[in-house]
Design a binder for this molecule. Structure first.
Ligand code: PLP
Length: 383
């Protein structure tokens, strides 16, 4: 368990309206079809949907699917789907843009740098104080200038917004706030591609899913998923569970308060991509109206999930997952093990016939940290 933890694992059972509220940003999101654009990118290939039948058996569920975004281009994470689409739209409207700027915990900044390079533009990427040297290096490798600030992710976002105005750079942030909503909506539209791929992959297996675990930072990714499933299935959509780190539980805190709230956690977590203090305004209505349950988990569970995937059960295939990538599965493992969360199995009707989907949103994005995690012995449970 994280020694510096000041909060306890928690959960919230939501009563979703199961429909979109058609705010401007939801209309913007619905109007865009990024899939066609993505298929035109060099080396585009749908990432695999992997079935783990023996892990499913171990946890006594029907089917366990993992959409593996570690194969997304050569970027190891899904984030480029959003950044590339938003940059493409911006350049269609304003081809003279020379520099894109963003704040990031790692993956989004690397994606913005990659997309800027693709269109022959510059990128400046702001990272918070906790970003690891290997993640900074990966962003620089894409040709971006990286500035590390002495603050949290929320502070890095404010810094990026200011510095962009001062320098006439174009801000490509994956988080919306009042007055900055269109670009984040385009980023969310970009994420939709992976959910479309999943539908096609499940259809080819003549299968479907009952429950989806989505990990969240600011909630743009989860909001995109909810938007997609509400669009496709309305109230017959799969159940959606949100997973966050205890110390960055922005969505859980906001659901508990009925409005957008900043987490009072201390931002200490190894799940760097999820280490965000405040939900995105662009995702909030979708989250509120489409989440069934929201849980916060200890770092211990994501380490355990990484090892479950790296040391597969029997003949199941091996999957390489990063700390944020494994977080969805980690939430499931917590519900199946932790006495404080176990009754959620009943509330969410997790049974021996459930088909459950997880998204490995990142592969190995920090090799050193990954090595440490896979070498650790499980050493029992944290409770
Ligand atoms: C690997 C990974 N997974 C999930 C997320 C969560 O996305 P969002 O911030 O849109 O909730 C992030 C965000 O950076 C990420 O890097």
């Amino acid at each position: 368990m994280n020694k510096k933890s000041i909060k306890k694992a928690s959960f919230y059972i939501n009563t979703p309206m199961n429909r979109r509220t058609n705010t401007d940003k939801e209309i913007t999101l619905a109007a865009h079809d990024a899939f066609r654009f993505h298929t035109t990118l060099p080396n585009y290939k749908a990432t695999p949907l992997i079935q783990l039948p023996l892990l499913a058996k171990k946890y006594n569920i029907g089917n366990l699917y993992i959409k593996d975004e570690s194969y997304r281009f050569d970027l190891t994470a899904f984030k480029v789907l959003g950044a590339s689409y938003a940059i493409h739209i911006l350049l269609e409207e304003k081809p003279s843009i020379s520099t894109f700027c963003t704040a990031t915990d790692g993956n989004h900044g690397r994606a913005v740098a990659w997309a800027a390079k693709l269109f022959d533009k510059k990128a400046v990427v702001i990272v918070p104080r906790d970003t690891t040297p290997l993640r900074i290096h990966a962003i620089e490798q894409e040709g971006a200038t990286v500035i590390q600030v002495d603050g949290t992710y929320d502070y890095a976002c404010q810094f990026a917004a200011h510095i962009s105005i001062e320098n006439n750079w174009e801000l490509v942030q994956d988080m919306a706030w009042k007055g900055y909503e269109t670009i984040p909506a385009h980023i969310m539209a970009g994420y939709t591609t992976l959910f479309r791929e999943i539908t096609a992959e499940l259809a080819s297996l003549s299968s479907s899913i009952d429950i989806v675990f989505l990990q969240a930072g600011v909630g743009s990714f989860a909001g995109a998923g909810i938007n997609y499933y509400l669009d496709m299935y309305g109230e017959n959509r799969p159940k959606i569970i949100i997973v966050e780190p205890i110390e960055a539980d922005a969505i859980l805190t906001s659901l508990q308060n009925g409005k957008i709230k900043t987490s009072n956690g201390n931002s200490e977590t190894i799940m760097a991509g999820l280490n965000c203090g405040t939900p995105s305004l662009g995702a909030w209505n979708l989250l509120k109206n489409g989440i069934d349950a929201s849980i916060s988990i200890e770092d211990y569970y994501t380490e355990k999930a990484i090892r479950e995937l790296y040391y597969p059960t029997g003949s199941d295939p091996r999957i390489y997952a990063g700390e944020s990538g494994a977080a969805g599965l980690a939430g499931f493992i917590a519900i199946m093990n932790d006495p404080k969360l176990r009754h959620l199995q009943e509330i969410l009707t997790i049974t021996s016939s459930s088909s459950i989907l997880f998204i490995n949103t990142e592969g190995i994005t920090d090799y050193n940290s990954f090595q440490q995690i896979i070498r650790k012995n499980d050493g029992g449970t944290p409770f």
